[in-house]
Design a protein around this ligand. Structure first.
Ligand code: ZN
Length: 493
């Protein structure tokens, strides 16, 4: 133990310890969970924002408090490195965490990768919060405790992901999020792809005057993007306008709302159309960027719908050379019309394309992952308690067909082994179909209740991971080091 807490009969996690002129802070390990320990001198001002039991310790005051929302807020108020802030266009990675227990492992991976990648540990989509029953504040606080525990002091962002409404913005803003991902997917018209010219003209005519092709200033133009010429003839522009016009309007409205609601607090904006049917063509990408600019919107990253399949929790499915060629144009557009980052959603486990992403974006990239940390949790359970894991898997199989809706997955139940037939539980987490089945059923698993109203899996899962926190963190560290290493060489920019 370090000198600050010496002689107090407290087991302080040394990574968490931080000393200020007024008080010493740390996480105390006790038999029934961790406590926040704060030891203040004569001036006990530092304790005022915190809650817990206080005692005198040879002229100093010791507070031992719960890992509560109030104490998380108190620590964020005290330490700037716990407060999320905008990351700008640095190479960055979002490491979402559905259980609220993964941040220690995430921190270790970012650190092991050299610490040059700007991390987002608090990241959750509105859909995930709904399915797990977590609030934006819980997501924020769980990340705060993880960052505090691991002593990560190099700064963090916080991503309120896939926001669909102004209400979503308000809730996440109140919880301290600083990175707002607006998803206008419901306003993207996938039918534009197959529509004929007359139909496109007719549909474009129904848009408000300020969204019509003439207003864009792009009609008939040829735009040079790093030596490639993109032509905005009438059919190309019409298609872009019909497909994305309403989405642009929605983004403008959401962005104006955010700007007002933030009332001067710094934030950054991402735009994501990754969860739509048709890939975003280079011409459509230029249209998008050009329109956002014309409307005075500032954004730090954009997630196009890339070609190929970005299924959840598994590697890229598609032609690698075609992907890289397409990505090259999108990356050039992002440099020329920004610079802003290309955001790679459903970015976990896409090991085969990371080198291409690095080559083409030259580090102007945000990698976004979420469910893969839940899969690592299940992998940890499979090692420690294979019977319990089989129970979860059997349940997941039952709920897959319902839960897969709104997710990009192609797993088939018929190709995934039956729970009773699983001999190698840890290995099953890496079987393609089983992996996707486990990935998208997290909400059903985590919110399942017993006939008497208790938690069916969640409490046991959380308890197991709490007892074996270091095992889970170690598994996450290995898994995410694989993700982050390809992005490191550009991270220092
Ligand atoms: Zn996404």
């Amino acid at each position: 133990m370090t000198p600050a807490f010496e002689g107090l009969n407290l087991r302080i996690d040394p990574r968490s310890e931080v000393n200020t002129a007024e008080a010493d802070y740390g996480l105390a390990e006790s038999g029934n969970g961790r406590r926040l320990a704060v030891l203040a001198g004569a001036d006990t001002h530092a304790l005022r924002a915190l809650e817990g039991g206080c005692s005198e310790q040879s002229g100093r005051t010791l507070l031992l408090g719960p890992l509560s929302p109030r104490n998380a807020a108190g620590l964020r108020a005290q330490f700037s490195w716990l407060r999320p802030h905008p990351l700008g266009i640095r190479t960055s990675a979002g490491l979402g965490d559905r259980l609220g227990m993964a941040t220690p492992g995430h921190v270790r991976a970012v650190r092991a990768a050299g610490g040059s990648i700007a991390p987002i540990f608090a990241q959750q989509s509105v859909r995930e919060m709904l399915r797990t029953g977590r609030t934006p504040q819980q997501v924020m606080d769980d990340a705060t405790w993880g960052v505090f525990q691991e002593g990560w002091r190099a700064g963090v962002g916080a991503d309120a992901d896939h926001l669909k409404s102004t209400g979503d913005i308000d809730n996440c803003l109140a919880a301290g999020f600083t990175f707002f991902t607006i998803d206008p997917g419901e306003y993207v018209d996938g039918g534009a792809e197959a529509a004929g010219l007359d139909e496109l003209r007719e549909r474009a005519g129904r848009l408000p005057p300020d969204s019509q092709p003439r207003a864009t200033g792009l009609l008939g133009r040829s735009i040079d993007v790093e030596g490639r010429t993109l032509h905005f003839d009438e059919p190309a522009l019409l298609k872009a306008v019909v497909k994305y016009g309403r989405a642009v309007e929605h983004i403008a409205a959401m962005s104006r709302h955010l700007e007002q609601a933030a009332a001067g607090r710094p934030f950054e904006l991402e735009i994501s159309v990754d969860e739509t049917e048709q890939p975003t063509s280079p011409v459509e990408h230029v249209y998008f960027a050009s329109e956002l600019r014309r409307l005075g919107i500032q954004w730090v990253s954009l997630a196009p719908r890339f070609i190929g399949r970005f299924e959840k929790g598994v590697d890229y499915i598609g032609d690698l050379a075609a992907f890289e060629a397409d990505l090259a144009v999108h990356a050039a557009i992002a440099r020329q019309f920004g610079p802003y980052k290309l955001s790679v959603h459903s970015g976990s486990d896409k090991f085969s394309i990371y080198p291409a992403i690095m080559r083409q974006t030259r580090g102007l990239v945000h990698l976004k992952t979420a469910g893969t940390s839940y899969l690592e949790a299940l992998g940890t359970v499979a090692l420690l308690a294979p019977e319990f894991f089989r129970e979860i898997y059997a349940f997941a199989r039952e709920h897959y067909e319902t839960d897969r809706a709104s997710y990009c997955v192609s797993a088939q139940l018929a190709r995934a082994p039956l729970a009773d037939a699983v001999a190698d539980a840890p290995g099953l987490v890496n079987q393609f179909d089983a992996r996707e089945i486990l990935h998208v059923t997290f909400g059903s698993v985590l919110t399942a209740v017993t006939p008497t109203g208790g938690s069916w899996f969640r409490d046991r899962l959380v308890e197991l991971l709490r007892i074996h926190a270091d095992r889970y963190a170690a598994n996450l560290e290995v898994h995410f080091l694989r993700h982050l290493k390809p992005f490191v060489s550009y991270g220092a920019k």
